[in-house]
Design a protein around this ligand. Structure first.
Ligand code: BTN
Length: 298
């Protein structure tokens, strides 16, 4: 059955469960009431595939521990705040309460190992599509998977994989997503001025963080299914239409610590970023930090 129909059916069943939880005390009494309520609440948690935490160190750590213990495809951990939120390249992801979405979703892909690094771009496209569908505003992607709007970062993704020795069936990836949702400009540290933004700052609207999580969750499962069934080329085609580095002057740091300047040519068929320098030499960028060159920041 297509994933979207299943997820719609689940949502309808959840509405019924909530109705039951609300009205059941009218027609059930005592132990009967408690037993039925316990059963329905449990079903609701299992159906939701979601674990809500008030506070945690890092939802990526929690999701990783759940996945190692067998939690399935699509199970998500959402926290209101994180004390040690992790970003890419060993950076910190500042995660104050009330303004942002901090979540990690377990993915058990039916893909060959060679395709695993490409999931990073698939997840970015899923995030961008979800945010665009919620806000009806255009957003962009900065390779590999930063969510951008008008030259500023509104969200990022940290993808972490299972240890390979666990065997093929138990391979998983954790897609950790952080979005600045309702953050006002004065909550960002001075060092991020002009670099970071939020959905609220870009659209002028305060957004429901749970709605955003649901959209991102459904979009991620849908895009993983597209990747599995139609191939990475299909993902890349759509990804390229959101590429904020395409034909832009940018600079990046090589593994040897050298700063190189060039123009973005978009990701290749494997998801590696290609850039052309002023001598026409093509460079493959595998990972690391890519910055738009100051002059062309819109
Ligand atoms: C980046 O550096 O752009 C990636 C940021 C990813 C942050 C999210 S917040 C939820 C999840 N838990 C973490 O510790 N990190 C990711």
């Amino acid at each position: 059955m297509p994933d979207l129909i299943v997820s719609r059916m689940k949502r309808e069943l959840k509405v019924l469960i909530n109705l039951y939880l609300f009205f059941s005390h009218w027609f059930l009494k005592g132990a009967e009431f408690f037993l039925c309520t316990f059963f329905f609440a449990l079903t609701s948690i299992v159906m939701d595939n979601i674990i809500h935490l008030h506070s945690t160190k890092s939802t990526n750590e929690d999701a990783y521990a759940l996945a190692i213990n067998g939690a399935g495809h699509g199970v998500g951990v959402v926290a209101e705040q994180q004390s040690q939120g992790r970003g890419r390249l060993g950076r910190e992801w500042i995660s104050p309460p009330g303004t942002g979405l901090y979540c990690s979703i377990i993915i058990r892909p039916s893909l060959s190992l060679i395709d695993f690094p490409r999931i990073t771009l698939t997840a970015g496209l899923a995030l961008c599509s979800a945010v665009e569908s919620l806000t009806s505003h255009p957003f962009g992607l900065k390779w590999p998977n930063d969510l951008y709007c008008r030259g500023k970062k509104c969200g990022g993704i940290l993808v972490e994989s299972s240890p390979l020795y666990h065997g093929k069936e138990s391979l998983f990836v954790i897609v950790g997503i952080g979005v600045n949702v309702n953050t006002p400009s004065d909550l960002f540290p001075a060092s991020l001025e002009g670099k970071a933004s939020s959905l609220f700052m870009e659209t002028g609207v305060l957004w429901d963080i749970s709605d955003l999580y649901e959209k991102i969750h459904d979009s991620l499962l849908l895009h993983i299914a597209i990747h599995e069934q139609q191939g990475f080329a299909e993902i890349l085609k759509k990804w390229r239409t959101h590429d904020v580095l395409y034909e832009k002057e940018m600079q990046w740091l090589t593994r040897e610590g050298k700063v190189i300047r060039g123009w973005g040519m978009g990701p290749d068929a494997d998801g590696k970023l290609i850039a052309r320098d002023s001598k026409g030499v093509l460079h493959e960028i595998l990972s690391g930090d890519v910055q738009l060159y100051r002059k062309n920041r819109a």
